[in-house]
Write a protein that binds this ligand. Structure first.
Ligand code: 6GU
Length: 246
């Protein structure tokens, strides 16, 4: 997969991508990430990339020309104008594990990081194929959001994660939060590892983990349960455990 990131602060990506799973994936030839400074595509000698909003109001707006021209520059080398172009904006639809999995199936992605009060809407309408937000809070710019998206997508590319780090069990993969994990020692400061995990009974361990995932999701993220299929027995566990908490 090739990922091109158009932004105003390419330096921000250096350290996060120099470590982490992204670096490992790059070393193994599974992904290539390129950053491009939108300012390099400005038209005037002051390299102006923003301007006042038509209609008035606070803040500045990212101009369309440098953004379109940066994208066209990328397409000249990649030749893939059919692939996703994602504008990172707090006004986008919410990025999720499902979106990450969908994006991981493409061979090329372009990410555009918004800045200032906003980006000229013609970028959203005529250049971006999708607009994503990483959560209900406002960041200073789209760079941090782009790093989040790249990390979540890259780890889902086949062969990026080792079998020791399988992406099928983890939180959100099944629509549920993941069960609790324990490692040695068996007793730490008097706190014991749940005995079932030491029992060697694989079927019981699987059942315990499923139950933990369900109860944890019911208490912490009940909204997620609307999209998972649970048995009648599992629904009953939830009612019982929520009653227990009163
Ligand atoms: Cl994608 N951009 C900005 N500026 N803020 C955000 C965001 C994106 N997602 C959540 N907050």
């Amino acid at each position: 997969m090739r990922i091109d990131i158009l932004c105003l602060f390419p330096e921000m990506f250096v350290s996060p991508f120099a470590h982490s799973i992204v670096r490992r994936a790059e070393t193994r030839g599974l992904v290539e990430v390129f950053t491009h400074n939108i300012r390099d595509f400005a038209h005037d000698r002051h390299a102006t990339v923003d301007d006042y909003p038509y209609g008035g109001g606070a803040g500045m707006v990212l101009k369309p020309e440098p953004v379109f021209e940066a994208a066209e520059y990328v397409w000249k080398t990649t030749g893939s104008p059919g692939s996703p172009v994602i504008l990172l904006t707090p006004a986008g639809r919410l990025f999720s594990q499902e979106t990450a999995a969908e994006l991981a199936g493409h061979s090329h992605l372009m990410l555009i990081c918004g800045h200032y009060e906003g980006v000229d809407e013609r970028v959203a309408e005529h250049l971006a194929t999708d607009q994503l937000s990483i959560g209900d809070y406002v960041l200073t710019g789209g760079e941090l959001a782009a790093m989040v998206v790249v990390d979540a997508v890259v780890r889902l590319i086949p062969e990026v994660l080792g079998s020791q780090e399988s992406a099928t069990d983890e939180s959100h993969a099944q629509g549920l939060l993941e069960y609790p994990h324990y490692t040695r020692p068996e007793v730490y400061r008097g706190w014991k590892v749940p005995p079932v995990l030491l029992s060697g009974n694989h079927a019981e361990i699987v059942a315990w983990r499923r139950r933990q995932s369900i109860l944890r999701t019911a208490t912490r993220r009940p909204d997620l349960l609307d999209n998972v299929t649970l048995s009648d027995k599992e629904r009953a566990w939830i009612s019982e455990s929520l009653l227990d908490r009163r």
